[in-house]
Design a binder for this molecule. Sequence first.
Ligand code: HAM
Length: 420
Amino acid sequence: MAKETIQSIKGTKDILPDQSHGWQALKVIIRSTMNNYGYKEIRTPAFERTELFSRGVGEETDIVSKEMYSWTDQGGEKLTLKPDLTAPVVRAFIQHNFREQSPINKLYYIDTLFRRERPQKGRYRQFHQFGIEAFGSENPEIDAEVIAVALAVLNNLGLEGLTLKLNSIGSPECRSLYRKTIRSYLKPYLNDLSGISQRRFEKNPLRILDTKIPHEIEILNDIPNVSDSWTPEDKAHFEELKSLLDAMDIQYSLAPRLVRGLDYYTRTTFEITSSALGAQDALCGGGRYDGLVKTLGGKATPGIGFAAGMERILLAMGNFDSNINNTQLYIVGLGDTVRPVVVKLAEDLRQNNIRTNFDSLRRSLKAQMREANKAGARYAILIGDQELESGEAELKDLSTGDQEKIALDKLVDHINSLSF
Ligand code: HAM
């Protein structure tokens, strides 16, 4: 009896060869943009202590309360596949004394993360983000720079239909005042709220503003905005950020309900959405987290960053031209005696940066020519016993059908002089 095949896990995806070009191109643009803005790459391990996320991201967030892949290992340690990249970067920032080495640290990452969410288009259980974390300045010029980096990558990719949504959820003083405002506003409606919002009412009322339930959105219609609870410093920070964005010709739309789903945010929060996507339209989200370094045991250090979902970016971009990595030249070899010549020629051409392939199935001339065309090759070299004897191979331009004889010992030089 045939054995059952094993399928990938729900919410995970294979990136197949015809999709990998898009990923490669995306990474090239991310890295060159990061270099322009002076951000340096950091890579952290795939798993961390569970406590890093419960303390860093917050017990009451969706991520920590229901989406983590956690286990206890053979040594009894509680571990979690990282569901967020900000907390691990902050952990590394503290552990390696970055603060002592420089007053400003600007870091970026391209990484994989894991959240046990309900899979749908643009939402997966294993996915990729690139992002940045900038430590050391509480001033709005760094907020403006972080937002500009996010937009620069998306613009450099040619994405259109982007909206930058901007808010400030204020300092901790502001938020404790605003929590009171939310509770007193919602008290009369408490019985109409969903179970989850009722729980949030007690533990984290700000998160109720994130609701997607229509009748709750209606209830929230007249709730005072967080800006009513801003301290004068919160207001000044936000006003200055707006004027800096204006000076940079960056357009934004104010989003007074944008609180974001993670507990570490203070003051600036932002998201960039794309009109090319459906329900999961947030390409990127971020904000300031001035208390997080201290929460995780370091010396109080302000920070701000964002992360962008790479699967969503590729969805928004549609199809990439996937010809760029195709074979340029295909060697068609016929007969047993030519084999050493074929493999050596392929090797020489590849070392000259010509993307070269040959047939290893010992197929017929017709089958090999079909393969050359399928591979997208511009040229084919034909070598059989006769060519070996005469010392000349046939070089065929597959786009025009033109064919010429070239001496075997001149082939590499000749091909180097061709345009592909
Ligand atoms: P986040 O909003 O949870 O923020 O995620 C940022 C982006 O990751 C989202 O806008 C989305 O594009 C993508 N994303 C999130 N969940 C999924 C999923 N299940 N499947 C596919 N894509 C997804 C953070 O992660 C913060 N750490 C961002 C940050 C950095 N804040 C400050 N610094």
